[in-house]
Design a protein around this ligand. Structure first.
Ligand SMILES: [Zn+2]
Ligand SMILES: [Zn+2]
Length: 451
């Protein structure tokens, strides 16, 4: 029997200097689950000495070991079923029905959202809820793999590992249900299976609209990452993924002969100024530690060397890491673009489109993932995840409640294949690791006074 005790055993001292400081898992005391109750040197964090967390006796991980020994094949089978039957974003009805059926087989009561493409499932009792999120959609990619669980849907493939996320959270649900039936589940937990992570409109706001975050104190998720070998969990405090917005600048004028620019508006010159000056001026108005990358990828204007055109269009992506920057940048880009255009004597239209916010992991939640990983898989399993410039709609949940996303190592030795590539596949041994770490993390979060 292991004793699950909320204790601050993850050292986070270095994290006070920067949100990007590495996490260092502390030493496990005996066989106790590592839990971060607070970060004493950070003023805004709860003081772990202020209230003594309640200790709970929970049969972990022996119960987990025996459960996984008996059920790992089922988790693999679930993943393979979903992999062989992928559904594109907003078409996850079959996947949602399949997950709901599996949950009902475990005596649980899943609730589908009205359009049937997502579901939630509460387990246990308590006022506050610990959320565990999976995404279920696949990508419009042909599956070229020669494996028995190859996609049976032409042109659709689980190349982002969402099949694994779904199978893991289903497995976590079954473990929690087993604990609940034994009267040993310390709190309430919510499994969140969302549609449409890959496409706009994102599925996370849909789930939130239908109550997925009601009473949720903290939320956790995995994303598969083949850059980490199976058995490692990549953890990052602070920004994990970038926000990526899209900008279009359109200018119009009378047009005219290049010999008489003073009689019209010199659109090409004006657009050139915007393209060169606007990113530079925006960067001078922001904290240089929170850099923004505004990069133009398309410009269309004019035909003839001696004719000033009537219209010019330029399009750019705007990528950034921090939540505050993401909030500030749209107005700043509009203001600076207009002022540069005005200097050049032209009016312009600006279409600024929001992408997903950045995923910004909560310090305590990140440390909790690190502690749980060390307890579940050993300290050597805790790795530092790099910041990614990709986007992830888990960010919408973190806009509302604290939480963290960790990178689940699914890489196989000698196999170099990243997500969104047609040949992407996981080492299925990672599925049990995922269940193990997520169960630990969820129970640690439920036991912690930090949320
Ligand atoms: Zn993806
Ligand atoms: Zn993904």
């Amino acid at each position: 029997m292991y004793t699950l005790t909320a204790e601050n055993v993850v050292e986070m001292g270095t994290a006070t200097k920067s949100n990007e400081a590495p996490l260092t898992a502390g030493t496990a005391e005996g066989k106790r689950l590592l839990v971060t109750a607070g970060l004493p040197e950070i003023g805004t964090s709860p003081d772990p000495t202020a209230s003594e967390p309640s200790a709970m006796s929970t049969p972990l991980p022996e119960f987990l070991d025996s459960w996984l020994a008996g059920h790992e094949d089922e988790i693999v089978a679930v993943r393979r079923h979903i992999h062989a039957n992928p559904r594109l974003s907003r078409q996850e009805h079959d996947t949602a029905d399949y997950v709901a059926r599996k949950l009902r087989e475990s005596g649980l009561k899943p609730q589908l959202i009205p359009d049937g493409t997502g579901l939630t499932c509460d387990i246990g009792d308590g006022e506050r809820v610990i959320g565990i999120r999976a995404d279920m959609d696949a990508l419009p990619i042909q599956d070229p793999k020669g494996v028995p669980y190859r996609s049976t849907v032409d042109g659709v493939c689980h190349a982002c590992g969402h099949d694994a996320h779904t199978a893991i959270v289903l497995g976590v649900g079954r473990v929690l249900a087993e604990l609940s039936s034994r009267g040993e589940l310390p709190g309430r937990f919510r499994l969140i299976f969302q549609p449409s992570e890959e496409q706009f409109p994102s599925g996370a706001p849909t789930m939130i609209k239908h109550g997925a975050l009601t009473d949720v104190a903290a939320v956790f998720a995995f994303h598969c990452d083949a850059q980490f070998p199976t058995g490692q969990i990549g953890i990052r405090n602070g920004p994990l993924t970038a926000a990526c917005d899209v900008l279009e600048v359109r200018m119009r004028g009378r047009g005219g002969h290049t010999s008489r620019p003073h009689l019209t508006t010199d659109l090409i010159n004006a657009m050139g100024r915007v393209i060169v000056d606007m990113p530079a001026l925006v960067s001078r108005r922001l904290d240089p530690r929170h850099a923004v990358a505004i990069v133009f990828g398309a410009v269309q204007a004019g035909e003839a060397a001696n004719a000033i055109p009537q219209e010019a269009v330029a399009r750019a992506t705007v990528r950034m890491q921090g939540r505050e920057t993401w909030q500030a940048v749209p107005d700043l880009v509009q203001e600076v673009t207009r002022s540069v255009a005005r200097t050049a004597g032209v009016e312009c239209e600006i279409d600024y489109r929001r992408g997903v916010p950045p995923v910004v992991n909560d310090r305590i939640a990140s440390a909790m993932f690190a502690g749980a990983t060390a307890a579940a898989l050993g300290e050597q399993a805790v790795a530092e995840a790099p910041m990614s410039m990709g986007g992830e709609d888990f960010a919408y949940y973190l806009e509302q409640v604290p939480g963290a996303m960790a990178r689940l190592g699914v890489g196989r030795p000698g196999v170099d294949c990243d997500i969104h590539q047609a040949h992407f596949d996981i080492d299925e041994a990672a599925l049990a690791h995922g269940v193990r770490v997520m169960v630990h993390t969820a129970l640690a979060a439920a036991a912690s006074p930090a949320f």
